[in-house]
Design a protein around this ligand. Structure first.
Ligand code: NPQ
Ligand code: MG
Length: 378
């Protein structure tokens, strides 16, 4: 397992589970559904000297994966947080072991680990980026573009993001919205725009010949064409297409990552801390991909400034060699819940340098969007 610098353990006094409702600036449509307002679960860990925040990336409904926000809240309240009370003084690096007896629920575990780690790093005055081993000050920013109402609407949206400076475009695809949108974006904006597609598991093992028709467009990668559990199917598709296959939903752990690589199901991996149970496992997957020569990039889950800042820190590790879905806060939110939203500067975003995630909560605005709060104590 990856070793990170030692930090002093912390004494957790209470854990708050807070839910907020935040409307998206525009609906986000993928092959699995349309999101218009996010119902987001935040975890706050309080010690005598510091507090830390973690963001749970589970969606309103179990459509991207089996996890969903109400289930995450339940498992945190009744199964995960109670396990911390018997553990004594701990740090972020202890959380995964403490929660190991509980199967799966990685997004819930990841949010709790993030909050503990953030509190511990703030108490130690160290940034998450430095703790994880970051080597950069900023990272290039890509943007994920939803399935549009029409081809014209898609062209307008992509044009806006290119004008804003995004250095890489990802088009969401599904059967029937696959070859044509890619062709039109290529014809309109040229072959120099770094471009990739994400199917969110919407195709089948029979779609190899269809997906091979994307080869002529020089895409960086095709992300998750088949269902999460079909590693062999992805290996079959990878043999039929020239474009590199990248896995997202399938990579739920370091074991799954090694499995997919060894079975030649993918040659690139999208790393999302929430999907794999936390930033420490995410760094571990980054390391083992680097050892195997597999490039990685940082995915996104429509996070607020809390998760977004932590993603940017993760994305600054050396083997994140492709631009991530680490877009500016204003890609999704009219107003963020932190006082320093992630901003685009010439298509790049800065790595927060303050302790922990580096962000400050805008408490007044956060309270105004809060829909429920519970405080848990030993
Ligand atoms: C992906 N994200 O890479 C995901 C999919 C996704 C930025 O494309 C609520 C919860 C809404 C999780 C929308 C991007 C979501 C979500 C999209 C995940 O596959
Ligand atoms: Mg994806």
């Amino acid at each position: 397992m990856t070793t990170l610098p030692e930090l002093d353990p912390i004494d957790i006094r209470s854990v708050e589970l807070r839910r907020i409702a935040l409307p998206l600036v525009s609906p986000f449509r993928t092959s699995f559904g349309t999101e218009t307002t996010r119902d987001i679960l935040l975890v706050r860990v309080v010690t005598d000297t510091a507090e830390g925040w973690g963001e749970c990336v589970a969606g309103n409904e179990p459509l991207y994966s089996s996890e969903y926000v109400e289930g995450a809240q339940h498992v945190l309240q009744h199964h995960l947080v109670p396990r911390l009370w018997t553990a004594g003084r701990i740090g972020g690096a202890d959380v995964a072991d403490i929660l190991e007896p509980v199967r799966d629920h990685r997004m819930a575990k990841g949010a709790l680990e993030a909050a503990v780690l953030d509190a511990q790093l703030r108490a130690s005055d160290i940034s998450l980026a430095a703790h994880l081993g970051s080597t950069r000050q900023s990272v290039p920013s890509g943007v994920s573009v939803g399935i549009a109402e029409s081809i014209d609407a898609l062209v307008a949206t992509v044009g806006g993001y290119l004008d804003a400076g995004y250095v890489r475009i990802k088009l969401k695809i599904e059967p029937g919205w696959d070859i044509e949108p890619v062709r039109v974006i290529r014809t309109t904006f040229g072959s120099d725009v770094p471009l990739q597609v994400d199917a969110n598991a919407a195709f089948t093992r029979d779609d190899g010949p269809l997906l091979a028709r994307l080869d002529e467009f020089g895409l960086l990668l095709i992300e998750q064409p088949l269902p999460e559990d079909d590693v062999t199917g992805h290996a079959l598709i990878a043999k039929q297409v020239e474009t590199p296959i990248c896995l997202d939903e399938s990579i739920v752990s370091s074991v799954a990552a090694i499995d997919a690589i060894e079975r030649k199901a993918c040659s690139i991996i999208n790393i999302k801390a929430g999907r794999v149970g936390g930033y420490i496992e995410a760094r571990h997957i980054h390391d083992l991909c680097a050892e195997r020569g597999v490039p990685v990039w940082c995915g996104g889950m429509l996070e607020t400034g809390i998760g977004r800042a932590m993603n940017v820190a993760l994305a600054s590790l050396a083997n994140f060699t492709l631009p991530g879905d680490v877009s500016a806060s204003d890609r999704f939110w009219a107003r963020d819940i932190v006082t320093e939203p992630i901003r685009l500067e010439d298509g790049w975003v800065s790595i927060p340098s303050g302790p922990g995630s580096g962000v400050t909560i805008d408490s007044e605005f956060l309270d105004s969007v809060t829909t429920s709060r519970i405080e848990l104590r030993p």
